[in-house]
Design a protein around this ligand. Sequence first.
Ligand SMILES: [Fe+2]
Length: 176
Amino acid sequence: MRKVTLSEILDHPIAQKYLKRSGMAHAVSVAYHAYRLSLQEGVDSDRAAKAALLHDIGHYEWYTDGEWDYEEYKKNDIHAIKGAERAHKLLIRLGEDRAAAKEIALAILLHTDSYLPDGQLTKNSLQMVVKRADELDEEPGGAHHYRTISLEKARQKIQELDRLIEKGERPLKRTV
Ligand SMILES: [Fe+2]
């Protein structure tokens, strides 16, 4: 039995604030990719979809004189660290199982290695699923962060994903 649904997460004001900042359409789309990959890889679909939905909520707006400053972003960004922490706090607040909240937070922490020092890190399959799901939705120049979706549509998609997770069903077609 799931303690928290994706829809409850989506509707929380903290999630709303940060999902809007980093791109609601991207978050919903990555959640679907993660769900599909989780079935292929045999990892927990609920945790994969939650980590994917929340993977970018740690983004900060790197603007200089009103312009997106990619250099500043590349040098100083820690969105995966911030996102892991925010997601963990939000999930616990919503009543998520503690072990699940930790695993979801770790998958968010490791969904990108752009901020990690060079070296070797072995990711588990849940962490790989979330990373690959994100990469499947990436567009050149970070355009995936600016694709739009209405809140109503996002809510419908996430409710549908909740139903699929509960039934363990595969989505019939690409829906986002
Ligand atoms: Fe992303």
